[in-house]
Ligand binder design. Structure first.
Ligand code: H79
Length: 459
C-alpha cells in the first residue's frame, strides 16, 4: 500500500500559482441562515443522514389511480381533487384499506437496505384522512377501515429497532374532508366563505399535537403546502412542536417565517447548482406519490443513484418516495430499485453520509451552444459524467461515465492519496498542476453504476 502511495506522490506535480483560475471549494454554510445552537444540534443527525424514505399511504392507495372505472391522470394522492370526487363517495374507499399484508418491519428494513437513515410517513395527507387512531377526528384508519392496528406506532417501533429516524408528514392547511380546510370547493363551495382558523384550531393543530404526543420521538415533521398559512398561524404550529418535542426538526413547508429548520425544494426539483444552507428534495420513483396501478414508469437504480449523488453534491438531502398498495405492499419494482441503490451505498456510503457539496461547482452542466429551450434561451444541458462530494480532508469523485483518463478542475490543496472505494488496491495515478488534475484509472470501472474515487488532501 505504502509503495503505491509513494509512487502516486512522486507522480504529483504541484505548481503553486495564484494567477491561474481555480475551482474554489464551495463553502455550503457561507451564506446560510443563522442557526441557534439548539437548531444546530437538532440538525446533526439529518445532515449526516442525506437519504430518507418517504411513504405516501392513505385512502388514495385504495383508489389506486382509478375512479368509476376511469383511470385518472396526474398524481394518485390528489385523485379526490383531480376527479372532484364527492366526499360521500371518497370516504367509502376506507373499507378497502385492508392493510392485510402490512409489515412495519419489512418497510423499515427496506429503508435500511436502501441505505436510508430516516423514514417519513403520511399521518394525514390533503384528503384529511388520519392514518392512525385519532381522538380529534373520527375520519381515521381504525374507525373507518377494517384495519384495527396502528401502523404509525408499529413503524415507529420498527425504525427505532434499526436506528432509523422516524418522521411524520402532516398536511396542515389543505383538507378535503373539512368545510373550513383549504381546497374542497366541489363539496363545500368557494374558499372565500370559510373559517380557516377554525379548521386550524379544531382539527389541524390538535392533530399535530396529538401525533407529537402519541409517537415519541418524532425526529422530523414534514408539513406540506402552506396554503393560507400566515406567520401567526405557522407560529402556533412551530410553538406546539417546540413545546411537545423540542428536538423534532421542522421541514420546509410550514409557512412563511423562520420556523423551518431546513428548506424544501420543489417536488422532484433539485437545484441546478450548489445551494447554500440545509435543504432537501422530495422525489418520486415513478410519477406519483400515492400508489397508482397504471404508473409503471420506474426510475432505475442508476437514475436514482445519480439523483442521490447529484443532490448531495449540491449540498442537499434526498427524500425518496414509495406508495404502498391498500394491502400495505410496497410495489416490487420500487423494492428492487431501492435495493439496487442500497448495493451501491454499501460500497460507497462513506462518500454520501455526512458529505458536503462539491469542491468545484462547474461540473453540473452548461447552456447549449446550439439547442434552445421553450423560451428561446440556450438549453441547459446536464453533464452526467461525474459528481463530487466532500468531507474534511477528502474529495470524492463519483464517476458515472467511466474513462481511464479523467481530467478534473484544479484542486487547491495538495492531493496526498487516491483510492477507488470499490477496489482499494486498484492503481490510480494522479498528476496535479495549478490548472487541473489528470487521473489515470484502470481501464474498467471497478464498481457498479458509479465508481467513487477518494482523493486525500494534505492536512
Ligand atoms: O405529498 C406530495 C404531493 O401530493 C404534495 N407534495 C408531495 C410531497 C403536493 N401538494 N401539492 N403539490 C404537491 C403541488 C400541487 C400541484 C397541483 Fe395538481 C397542480 C395541484 C393541482 C394542480 C398535481 C397536478 C396535483 C394535481 C394535479
Amino acid at each position: 500500500m505504502k509503495t503505491i502511495l509513494k509512487s502516486i506522490l512522486s507522480g504529483i506535480v504541484l505548481v503553486i500559482s495564484t494567477s491561474l483560475p481555480h475551482a474554489e471549494p464551495s463553502k455550503p454554510e457561507a451564506s446560510a441562515p443563522k442557526r441557534d445552537s439548539k437548531q444546530e444540534t437538532r440538525l446533526e443527525w439529518w445532515r449526516e443522514a442525506k437519504f430518507g424514505l418517504f411513504i405516501h399511504w392513505g385512502l388514495y392507495s385504495v383508489a389506486a389511480g382509478e375512479y368509476n372505472g376511469k383511470l385518472i391522470p396526474k398524481t394518485g394522492e390528489w385523485i379526490m381533487w383531480n376527479a372532484k370526487i364527492p366526499f360521500k363517495e371518497y370516504e367509502k374507499f376506507a373499507t378497502g384499506l385492508t392493510a392485510s399484508k402490512f409489515d412495519a418491519d419489512a418497510w423499515a428494513q427496506l429503508a435500511q437496505d436502501a441505505g436510508m437513515k430516516y423514514l417519513c410517513i403520511t399521518a394525514k395527507h390533503h384528503d384529511g384522512f388520519a392514518m392512525y387512531p385519532s381522538k380529534i377526528s373520527s375520519y381515521n384508519l381504525t374507525e373507518r377501515s377494517p384495519f384495527k392496528r396502528d401502523p404509525i406506532e408499529e413503524l415507529s417501533a420498527a425504525c427505532a429497532k434499526r436506528g432509523i429516524k422516524f418522521c411524520l408528514y402532516y398536511s396542515q392547511a389543505i383538507d378535503w374532508e373539512d368545510r373550513n380546510g383549504m381546497g374542497n370547493t366541489w363539496d363545500f363551495g368557494p374558499e372565500a366563505g370559510r373559517n380557516f382558523d377554525e379548521y386550524l384550531e379544531k382539527k389541524s393543530l390538535p392533530q399535530v399535537k396529538e401525533i407529537l404526543t402519541k409517537y415519541k420521538p418524532v425526529s422530523m415533521i414534514w408539513f406540506d403546502l402552506p396554503r393560507g398559512m400566515t406567520k401567526e398561524r405557522a407560529n402556533k404550529f412551530a410553538e406546539a412542536v417546540r413545546q411537545i418535542q423540542p428536538d423534532c426538526i421542522i421541514s420546509g413547508r410550514l409557512g412563511p417565517g423562520r420556523y423551518n429548520d431546513y428548506d424544501s425544494t420543489g417536488d422532484n426539483s433539485p437545484p441546478k447548482e450548489v445551494r447554500q444552507g440545509d435543504w432537501e428534495t422530495p422525489a418520486t420513483l415513478n410519477h406519483t406519490w400515492g400508489y397508482k396501478k397504471q404508473d409503471n414508469d420506474w426510475k432505475t437504480p442508476e437514475q436514482l443513484t445519480f439523483w442521490l449523488v447529484d443532490i448531495v453534491s449540491k449540498g442537499g438531502n434526498y427524500l425518496l418516495n414509495v406508495g404502498p398498495t391498500a394491502e400495505g405492499v410496497i410495489p416490487r419494482q420500487s423494492v428492487d430499485a431501492l435495493r439496487g441503490v442500497g448495493r451501491w451505498m454499501k460500497v460507497n456510503g462513506e462518500a454520501i453520509y455526512g458529505a458536503k457539496a462539491t469542491a468545484f461547482g462547474n461540473e453540473f452542466g452548461n447552456p447549449s451552444d446550439t439547442e434552445k429551450d421553450g423560451r428561446g434561451k440556450p438549453k441547459y444541458q446536464v453533464n452526467r459524467d461525474w459528481r463530487c462530494t466532500t468531507k474534511p480532508g477528502k474529495i470524492y469523485i463519483h464517476i458515472f461515465n467511466w474513462k481511464a483518463k479523467l481530467e478534473l478542475p484544479a484542486v487547491k490543496e495538495k492531493i496526498t492519496g487516491a483510492q477507488l472505494l470499490a477496489d482499494k488496491s486498484a492503481k490510480v495515478e494522479v498528476h496535479q498542476t495549478a490548472t487541473g488534475v489528470s487521473l489515470t484509472l484502470p481501464e474498467k470501472a471497478p464498481g457498479e453504476i458509479a465508481s467513487v474515487l477518494c482523493l486525500e488532501l494534505q492536512k
